[in-house]
Ligand binder design. Structure first.
Ligand code: SF4
Length: 369
């Protein structure tokens, strides 16, 4: 895939696909057939599209590629609640972009990447440590979802029910491809997932949040907050120097108002740093009146973060205090840790990931030192 001198069919936006089919002199219903073959039946060749005329298939094959993404590795977590996929493309010299399939009751959630690496440099994030390498193409974003659905279908399971853009990169930083991928994810002939089943995570790029709000798509927004004041947040999330907490929260309020959705705030709890009375009071003040949910995520107890991981009781007590003062709070566990599939753990280095996953090591730590 993609080392080609002609375009991948999934790299076309819906508008481009409509124009391409029209330019071939085909009727409208052919577009519906084509979308279903590509995104619902997920065929690997135009030849397999048995209910479309041969001449149409031949023209498609002349103009477009339809090969699947190359899966370089696939790892399952020991407790069976996550599978991590690594994809490689020739031009990247072995650096992979990754997706994680999460199992949670009846949900099958695809956590997708939007960039190879990330330029925002959050100190706790493995992807951030890679730096920004490139934006993923639309075909690479959608190809991840096709691969995860292929895997589920092979296991006679239901297909992906939810999509979160929480893999490698800041999706709002690859805006046009992310946005046009959403059209296809939501299209009823394609993945047919409504906005309520989709969430995009952001480190807090305020203008992009406002731009996305204008789309009024009903898609969930998850803001990676992690700190309750600017001094603290700047030390772990450099983007905060550009867009401080007050601006970020104001943008989240605008997003909630324009889309009618509840904004999720992700908050990794670090013992002795961002978990005390001051944190509780500040979070209440910051989020008051904003339709939101606060996810408390305990810092990973593995590796260097061991001494900073909150106890279950302390985490519960913090959640109770926030709840009593009016916030909707959930305590989230981080799934797929042993395969480096938890948030902030996607590093794109195949050999390293595989070997570290065997040792059970996990790099997710937030340090203010
Ligand atoms: S946490 Fe998200 S925004 Fe921050 S460096 Fe990692 S991928 Fe980028």
């Amino acid at each position: 895939m993609h080392c080609l001198n002609y375009r991948h069919i999934t790299d076309l936006s819906l508008t481009e696909l409509r124009e391409a089919v029209g330019s071939m002199g085909e009727p409208d219903y052919r577009l519906h057939q084509l979308k279903r073959w590509v995104y619902q039946k997920r065929v690997g060749s135009f030849e397999a599209m048995s209910n479309v005329p041969k001449r149409f298939r031949a023209v498609l094959a002349e103009r477009f590629d339809i090969a699947k993404l190359k899966i370089a590795s696939r790892l399952s977590s020991s407790d069976g609640d996550a599978v991590k996929f690594a994809f490689t493309v020739e031009q990247d010299n072995g650096t992979a972009f990754e997706s994680v399939l999460l199992y949670d009751g009846k949900r099958r959630t695809a956590c997708l990447s939007s960039q190879l690496g990330c330029g925002l440099g959050c100190s706790f994030c493995e992807t951030g440590r890679m730096g920004f390498l490139r934006n993923l193409s639309r075909a690479e974003i959608l190809g991840q979802l096709i691969a995860l659905n292929d895997y589920l279908a092979d296991h006679e399971d239901k297909l992906v029910t939810n999509v979160v853009f929480m893999g490698m990169g800041e999706a709002l930083g690859n805006y046009s491809r992310f946005r046009s991928s959403l059209d296809i994810i939501m299209d009823e002939d394609c993945f047919n997932l409504g906005g309520r089943r989709i969430t995009v995570s952001t480190a807090g790029v305020v203008p992009s949040i406002d731009r996305f709000a204008e789309e009024r798509l009903n898609v969930g927004l998850a803001v990676s907050l992690n700190a309750y004041n600017d001094r603290m947040r700047e030390r772990i999330m450099p983007i905060n120097r550009q867009y401080p907490i007050a601006e970020l929260i104001a943008a989240a309020r605008r997003y909630a108002a324009k889309t009618g959705t509840t904004v999720t705030f992700e908050y990794v709890v670090v013992r002795g740093e961002n978990d005390g009375e001051e944190a509780v009071g500040s979070l209440i003040r910051l989020l008051k009146g904003l339709p939101c949910k606060l996810n408390l995520i305990p810092m990973n107890p593995a590796g260097e973060g061991a001494s900073k991981a909150p106890s279950d009781e302390a985490l519960r007590a913090m959640a109770d205090k926030l709840f009593e003062r009016g916030l909707t709070v959930t305590v989230r566990k981080s799934r797929g840790r042993d395969i480096w599939g938890a948030c902030g753990q996607l590093a794109g280095k195949l050999g390293e990931n595989l070997s570290k996953s065997k040792s059970g090591a996990c790099p997710k730590t937030i340090s203010w030192k």
